[in-house]
Design a protein. Structure first.
Length: 101
């Protein structure tokens, strides 16, 4: 259930940080990180640069070698097409599984 709630919240907001998931769902940050990791492993989420930095990254000379996804900066998460598909009405609502809810 927590996985679905997390996906729904991210879908509404567009992008999210771990701290926001923790606050919105009322769960400890460690559990929020675990939820994010599980959703990433299932390819429902992906890491992205902060929204205001995405356009800057496209012009950066280091974009080919830069690893914003692994850098020690604040990470934002967005839904993948696969994640969006899970939230589509009348489509396999029980497909999201996890031992957290």
């Amino acid at each position: 259930m927590i996985l679905k709630k997390a996906l729904e919240y991210i879908s509404e907001k567009g992008y999210i940080k771990v701290d926001e998931i923790s606050q919105e769902l009322g769960i400890p940050k460690g559990l929020a990180e675990h939820v994010i990791q599980e959703l990433k492993e299932k390819e429902y989420l992906k890491v992205t640069a902060p929204i205001n930095e995405e356009s800057a990254c496209s012009f950066c000379l280091h974009r080919v070698s830069c690893h914003v996804e692994t850098a020690k900066v604040i990470k934002f998460y967005v839904l993948t097409e696969k994640g969006k598909g899970l939230l589509a009405p009348n489509e396999n609502k029980n497909k999201i599984s996890g031992g957290h809810g």
